[in-house]
Design a protein around this ligand. Structure first.
Ligand code: A3P
Length: 303
């Protein structure tokens, strides 16, 4: 049997570490943000400061559970179609995860390198801005994001669970979850969505019209592809298509990562009070901002 792809090997290692980690020991704080000890280390964060970006690096930024694996798949298929080269993930693609030597190894990787990140904008290494790498930012409405995050913890056997949805909701609202607060992440990115080299994508827009989303992403990165190629990539990137292949692509965690892929699943878990609490938080943090408008909160977050 062929060796496990590096990607799956890394996930399996993190799951192995998770088995021995309780929820109360899951996080450490680095520069004010909680990260899971199973995926991040202070040494890697220090080494990240030496990361040398390239102008043709492709960076995919998102808060956890907003569809990073979806967008990663779309972009690697676009690179494949354009460059006629299968994209090899010789390193786990999340920029801030892994051992502290990874940035040295990454110097040898051919361009374009595809990287994902859950870092807040102000925590990205300066080299990314200096070299003007292109950044695609994917956002999802905060209610579905919270529910997806909760299921991830409570459904995957090896990941520490929360006592209840109510408990997870409390921590999510306080920002005491992996990669910190959704709202801080959003406020931080909000100021940069119209920067050169940054493109915003909404999970819900992709869900409603995948082919148009794929075409816009291809244009942003300068990949000129035929309508036929865009249609093929879209067909391979639907939730059903990705879920079917998820064990092959992501190992045992695959079916948990590709859980439901729907808009509005939050209505299954949110109480009226929780919904109102989040509406108030949204108002306080994002109402009247460019991102607040782009998230289409009124359409996706009302009972
Ligand atoms: P659900 O838990 O609501 O199903 P991430 O990759 O950032 O961890 O995000 C995971 C979420 O994205 C999951 O949400 C997953 O189902 C959803 N997702 C992944 N691929 C998708 C696709 N092709 N279409 C729609 N949603 C997708």
């Amino acid at each position: 049997m062929a060796d496990k792809p590096k990607f799956i090997e890394y996930i399996d290692d993190a799951l192995e570490k998770s088995k021995e980690t309780t929820l109360s020991h899951l996080f450490f704080t680095y520069q004010g943000i909680p990260y899971p000890v199973t995926m991040c280390t202070p040494e890697t964060f220090q080494a990240l400061e030496t990361f040398e970006a390239r102008s043709d690096d492709i960076l995919l930024a998102s808060y956890p559970k907003c569809g990073s694996n979806w967008i990663l798949h779309i972009v690697s298929e676009l690179v494949f179609a354009f460059a006629k080269r299968k994209y090899e993930f010789s390193e786990f693609p999340v920029l801030e995860c892994g051992d502290s030597e990874k940035y040295q190894r990454m110097k040898l990787f051919p361009s374009p390198r595809i990287l994902t990140t859950h870092l807040h904008y102000d925590k990205l290494p300066g080299s990314i801005f200096k070299h003007k790498a292109k950044i695609l930012v994917i956002f999802r409405n905060p209610k579905d994001t919270a529910v997806s995050f909760f299921h991830f913890h409570n459904d995957v056997p090896d990941i520490p669970s929360y006592a209840s949805w109510a408990e997870f909701f409390r921590q999510f609202m306080k920002g005491e979850v992996s990669w910190g607060s959704y709202f801080d992440f959003a406020i931080n990115w909000n100021k940069h969505l119209d920067d050169d080299n940054v493109k915003f994508v909404l999970y819900e827009d992709l869900k409603e019209d995948l082919a148009t989303g794929v075409k816009q992403i291809a244009e942003f990165f300068g990949f000129s592809l035929t309508g036929e190629q865009i249609r093929t990539i879209s067909a391979q990137s639907t939730f059903q298509a990705m879920r079917e292949k998820s064990e092959e692509t992501h190992g045992t965690i695959g079916p948990f990562l590709f859980r439901k892929g729907e808009i509005g699943d939050w209505k299954q878990l949110f109480s009226e009070t929780q919904s109102q609490e989040m509406d108030e938080k949204f108002q306080e943090c994002l109402a009247g901002t460019s991102l607040g408008y782009k998230l289409k909160y009124e359409s996706y977050c009302q009972f």
